[in-house]
Design a protein around this ligand. Structure first.
Ligand SMILES: [Zn+2]
Ligand SMILES: [Zn+2]
Length: 184
């Protein structure tokens, strides 16, 4: 296992959020309450969730800050992560709730959701940086896709995101190109 369970959960949530930003396809997929509910269904949060416009807009607004983590290397990520922790007034403590084992919450349960999401992502990136695994923080290699992902594969060999079926699409393209060259 590359990252421990709760770190990975937080990374999955950060990737989800960043990939709702309008990419090459130009569509923002975190706009409506339904979009928000879809995010929460995959990435459940404890603590206060108000489900109002203000909360959705605040969550939308943290996305560019998270996206910036994919534009930097390990050293470049450090000031971004530190700033997120201090802006969110992170104060780590160990907690256990529901059927979750001991893990870290670094914000109050009634802090705004956007703050909790930002700090949680920052805490996860603290682990990525400390483990010296920042080369796993990647943007999809497909020509027509700029979705982000984290490579959890053992040999660090993943090249495409999980959102757009990009691996299959690029394989089909390569196959067609090979065929076209052979018949030329
Ligand atoms: Zn928790
Ligand atoms: Zn992709």
């Amino acid at each position: 296992m590359i990252f421990i369970h709760d770190t990975r959960q937080s990374l999955v949530a950060a990737v989800y959020l960043v990939n709702t930003l309008p990419g090459f396809d130009g569509e923002d997929t975190l706009q409506t309450v339904d979009d928000f509910e879809a995010y929460l269904a995959v990435n459940p949060y404890t603590g206060t969730i108000r489900r109002d416009r203000q909360e959705i807009d605040a969550l939308r607004a943290v996305r560019p800050r998270l996206r910036a983590l994919w534009d930097v290397d390990r050293d470049g990520a450090v000031p971004l992560v530190n700033e997120m922790l201090s802006d969110g007034r992170a104060l780590p403590r160990l907690v256990t709730h529901d059927d979750e084992d001991w893990h870290i919450h670094a914000t109050a349960d009634d802090a705004p959701l956007a703050t909790r999401v930002l700090v949680e992502a920052a805490m996860a990136f603290v682990d990525v940086i400390r483990a010296d695994e920042y080369d796993r923080v990647r943007v999809c290699s497909a020509d027509d896709c700029d979705a982000v992902y984290i490579d959890y594969s053992r040999n660090s060999s993943k090249r495409y995101c999980d959102t757009g079926n990009c691996g299959n699409r690029m394989n089909v393209n390569a196959y067609r190109e090979r065929r076209a060259r052979q018949s030329a």
